[in-house]
Design a protein. Structure first.
Length: 157
């Protein structure tokens, strides 16, 4: 699994694939399309202006299979080094263990204190994050009835 940083010249591609991801997330969140058919991601522009925000295309060999968005801003008033804001492997590449491979590679590449938030209704995401973080013994924080944050450190392993 390769991570290629999203650069300013990749903005249109990143916007387009992010739109598909956001549409998929409407299964779990009540986001609305604007008058132009766009789903808005509140911090999208900051991934091109805030040096603490990082976005990566995920490649399996030469094929773009997903993306990851990372920042250091805690969801639970913690002091993480990394917060996995968004992560996806595109539907046509799922069930090949690519998400597990990508997640494990992220944790190796970025050692430190992590937070990952997922929606409890997204059973696939819940299963993925509980499985790949199990070895780090994550602490669970329930933000509300549907959102959970796992916090853990990848420094010891």
């Amino acid at each position: 699994m390769n991570f290629i940083a999203v650069k300013p010249q990749d903005r249109e591609l990143f916007f387009n694939i992010n739109q598909k991801y956001l549409y998929e997330m409407t299964n779990y969140y009540n986001d609305e399309l604007d008058a132009n058919g766009i789903l808005h991601y509140g911090f999208f522009d900051e991934y091109f202006t805030d040096p603490k925000r990082m976005a990566y295309f995920l490649y399996n060999e030469d094929t773009l299979v997903g993306f990851a968005m990372i920042h250091p801003y805690s969801q639970i008033n913690g002091k993480p080094d990394f917060v996995l804001a968004e992560f996806t492997v595109f539907p046509m590449y799922r069930r090949r263990h690519l998400a597990t491979e990508a997640a494990n590679a992220l944790f190796l590449k970025f050692r430190g204190k992590w937070e990952i938030k997922f929606n409890e209704k997204n059973t696939a995401a819940k299963a993925l994050w509980e499985k790949v973080t199990e070895k780090y013994r994550p602490e669970k924080t329930f933000l509300n009835s549907t959102e959970t944050v796992l916090s853990f450190s990848t420094e010891e392993i």
